[in-house]
Design a protein around this ligand. Structure first.
Ligand code: GLU
Length: 306
């Protein structure tokens, strides 16, 4: 298979220092593997309510200013809904997806009745209310059945193990920590967990490099891959860029949009991203030269597969 990496920004805000780290790392990981490897960009606009018009194009412009050009035309999730519907239909047919009529409040009441303590803003593992029927209510969402609704069962989902190239061995009991998670909401949007799995497989992505804030989604995504009979890519989660207060830098806590307006500004932004990855400061006057210089250092530090 052609080694293939990707950067998959959500157009909910412009690129910031944290997202550039993931973009640069995924680009370097592909370039370090030789000329036949492909670097793709996918605009993750499946959750349309959170996306801002024009931002996908703006992000592509910022990447181009940094010398990060995809090898193929970027894809947009909103144009790929037929793939997600097909996957949901297959999961439903194999008893790995079901409609759910629960509101957030219904879930809280059911968990309280089961004696599960509710942590404010914490994960609410789905209590399984609709696993065997909607109880006459309309569907609000479709959920992934971690434990299949009918045999064959997959015992591995209770101790799902995977390897991260930087963080080492990882494991999660998906059933206990998140429970049956949402694949699609009835009001339209496709959930990240389904869209990302379907797209990575359909685009032939072999190596996922993304920010560490996404690491705890990986077990869920592997569970969906296995249910659909799709290969599991390799994973590398990059260090997070912290804000001055030590908190994770994110669009939500007001991370500054990157200035990529001039080659000098783009080079400074890339330099900061490279330092977050442990790469040396470049002896370069413009982005393309700096990028070329980092490829060798990436090979030494992150050991991409040949
Ligand atoms: N769209 C996600 C984000 O911007 C990244 C998804 C991924 O790389 O798997 O946070």
């Amino acid at each position: 298979m052609t080694p293939t990496g990707r950067f998959a920004p959500s157009p909910t805000g412009p690129l910031h220092a944290g997202s550039l780290v993931a973009a640069l790392a995924s680009w370097l990981d592909v370039r370090a593997r030789g000329p036949q490897a492909r670097w793709l960009v996918r605009i993750e606009d499946a959750d349309t309510a959170r996306c801002l018009p024009g931002l996908g194009e703006h992000i592509l412009g910022q990447l181009a200013a940094c010398g990060l050009q995809p090898d193929e035309a970027p894809v947009w999730q909103t144009r790929r809904t037929a793939f997600y519907q097909n996957a949901l239909d297959r999961l439903t047919a194999m008893h790995r997806a079901y409609p759910c009529g629960c509101s957030r409040k219904d879930i809280e009441i059911a968990l309280a009745a089961q004696g599960v303590p509710l942590v404010r803003h914490g994960e609410r593992p789905y209590p399984g209310t609709c696993r065997h029927g909607l109880h006459g209510r309309p569907a609000r969402a479709w959920r992934f059945a971690i434990d299949a609704l009918a045999p064959p069962l997959d015992p591995a989902v209770h101790d799902l193990r995977w390897h991260d190239r930087r963080l080492g061995p990882q494991s999660q009991d998906v059933a206990a920590t998140v429970g049956d998670f949402v694949l699609r909401r009835a009001d339209g949007p496709w959930a990240y967990q389904l869209a990302v799995v379907v797209d990575d497989a359909e685009q032939g992505v072999t190596d996922i490099v993304r920010g560490e804030d996404l690491a705890d989604n990986t077990a869920r995504q592997i569970a969906v891959q296995r249910a659909l009979g799709l290969p599991t890519p390799s994973y590398l989660h990059t260090p997070l860029v912290l804000a001055a207060d030590g908190q994770k830098l994110s669009k939500q806590n007001g991370a500054q949009p990157l200035d990529t307006g001039t080659p000098g500004a783009a080079l400074a932004a890339l330099d900061a991203a490279a330092r977050a990855l442990g790469l040396p400061s470049p002896d370069a006057a413009e982005p393309a030269q700096a990028l070329a210089g980092w490829v060798g250092a990436w090979r030494v530090l992150y050991n991409p597969r040949p």
